[in-house]
Design a protein around this ligand. Structure first.
Ligand code: GLN
Length: 495
């Protein structure tokens, strides 16, 4: 007999039902999360900090609304605790972006996604750990210490949204938000065995998301079931006049889309993705998932994404170029920490020298280099041209197929420290996730198996057309409901 799930391990849809029937209160659900944090977060360290009193006030407000008869039809996240990556602004809460450079900074305003979560009744709480300014794939580049994978404490949870993935996997919150510039939602979701969705560029407002690479960044949800991801995505999506890159297209009813049958949908298998570094167990799990989709009535089609080989190089030019410009604002004058100097230049140098970690400095230097006169055309301009070719590859493939299926990450969770000395090795682990951001399309990762020993989750990636979120959710839901991978609990969360 398996032990019954704790409150904090249940899904949004289960809890919504129970809250509505008044079987549990929002207060009890929050207490469940706080107790789980007490129990496991000393080892996992998904949270940088959390404000229990503020969260409790929100939960009590949710209980009042429930008592007054407000339903989850009106407020889909009423009473549901949702954790937030430390790169998204929440009014009156710390905003550090995993960095020392922001010092004691408290955000004076909330991101649009936070306002939307609160309007939907969510209990928004916690600052979830991340690689500094979202630069990394392992959550080891945080000024607040490493986050550990709930499946194996000697391994990373992936990154940069490692705290968001680990907290959901470990049952410390019911859902969470992360950000994805080159895989930072999908890769940690894969490595922690939960579901993560990077929406189409422009689907979700970036207002209040600290910019890393503005043409690639997108906020998205983590949860333990596809239905929950659909619910949170529906809440945070939509046009926002405060983000000029958000697109004014209507938001579909993502929950309703889950019911649509997947029979007859065409799934593309990119031939360029069967690379040498792909781990054999990951490859076998993805092939088994392909078979499962065929059983469910989907049709497999081979597709070609011929510019895949250039994706990592293009990404590390475009992303670092944009980062070097975006991070110029952290100068010791406008925000956070300051190290005084004899003149303003000295102050900038000292503040930035002391405030940024090694990886952020590496990216700023790379980015300034590729943008400098003499190199701009050879690197930045050329990378932008290849980026267009990468997008074109996808749009052509999507003329033949409804979605593309790939592994999320070439390996399961790697050891803490394994790749920190070799940045290139770390960058290569993003091979399957990066193109999606360059092309501006949407992508989801969901569990599709485990490695044998040690037992570590394996993630399957589904890539969709621009604003094709419904199809991806529909496919992911059908697969999930026909398998049991997502029901497995990491050892660190029990007891
Ligand atoms: N791992 C990639 C990087 O280091 C992607 C990060 C992200 O998506 N924020 O840049």
């Amino acid at each position: 007999m398996t032990a019954p799930l704790k409150l904090s391990q249940q899904t949004v849809s289960q809890l919504a039902g129970r809250l509505c029937r008044r079987e549990v209160s929002a207060r009890e659900v929050l207490v469940g999360c706080l107790e789980q944090i007490q129990r496991v977060d000393g080892r996992i360290h998904a949270f940088i900090s959390y404000d229990a009193a503020d969260a409790m006030a929100q939960a009590e407000a949710a209980d009042k609304a429930l008592a007054a008869g407000v339903t989850h039809r009106e407020k889909p996240l009423l009473g549901i605790p949702v954790g937030i990556k430390d790169v998204i602004a929440v009014r009156d809460q710390p905003l550090n972006c995993g960095s020392k450079i922001l010092g004691q900074f408290i955000s004076p305003y909330s991101a649009t996604v936070i306002e939307k979560l609160k309007a939907a009744g969510a209990v928004v709480f916690g600052r979830l750990n991340m690689d500094e300014f979202a630069m990394g794939s392992s959550t080891e580049n945080s000024a607040f210490g490493v986050t550990r994978n709930p499946w194996d404490l000697t391994r990373t949870p992936g990154g940069s949204s490692g705290g968001s993935a680990a907290a959901v996997a470990a049952g410390e919150c019911i859902a969470s938000l992360g950000s994805d510039t080159g895989g930072s939602i999908r890769q940690p979701a894969a490595l922690c065995g939960c579901i993560g969705f990077k929406p189409t560029y422009g689907r979700v407002s970036r207002y209040g998301l600290t910019a890393f690479a503005s043409s690639l960044d997108q906020i998205g949800p983590f949860a333990r079931e596809v239905r929950d991801v659909a619910t949170v995505l529906g809440v945070i999506s939509g046009h926002d006049p405060r983000d000029s890159t958000s697109v004014p297209v209507p938001v579909p009813d993502y929950g309703a889309a889950l019911q649509n049958p997947i029979k007859g949908l065409k799934l593309g298998l990119p031939k360029e993705y069967m690379i040498g570094g792909l781990n054999a167990e990951v490859s076998a799990a993805v092939q088994a998932a392909v078979k499962q989709f065929e059983k469910l009535g989907a049709e497999m089609v081979e597709v070609s994404l011929p510019h895949t080989d250039y994706a990592v190089a293009v990404y590390y030019i475009v992303a670092t170029a944009e980062a070097s410009a975006n991070l110029a604002r952290f100068d010791g004058i406008r925000y956070g920490a300051r190290v005084d100097g004899v003149d303003p230049t000295d102050l900038y140098c000292k503040t930035r020298g002391a405030g940024f970690g090694a990886e952020v400095k590496r990216r700023i230097i790379l980015g300034a280099y590729v943008l400098s006169s003499g190199y701009h055309d050879a690197y930045y301009l050329r990378a932008q041209k290849v980026r267009t070719l990468i997008r074109r590859d996808f749009l052509e493939a999507f003329e033949k197929v409804d979605a593309i299926i790939t592994p999320t990450s070439p390996t399961a969770a790697f050891k803490i420290g394994e790749k920190t000395d070799n940045p290139l090795q770390m960058y290569l682990s993003d091979i399957f996730t990066i193109s999606c951001n360059l092309a501006g399309i949407c992508g989801l990762s969901l569990p599709c198996g485990f490695t044998a020993s040690p037992k570590l989750p394996i993630g399957l990636q589904l890539l969709g057309k621009p604003f094709g979120e419904e199809t991806i959710l529909q496919l992911a839901h059908a697969y999930e409901q026909s398998t049991a991978w997502h029901k497995e609990l990491p050892p660190e969360t029990t007891g």
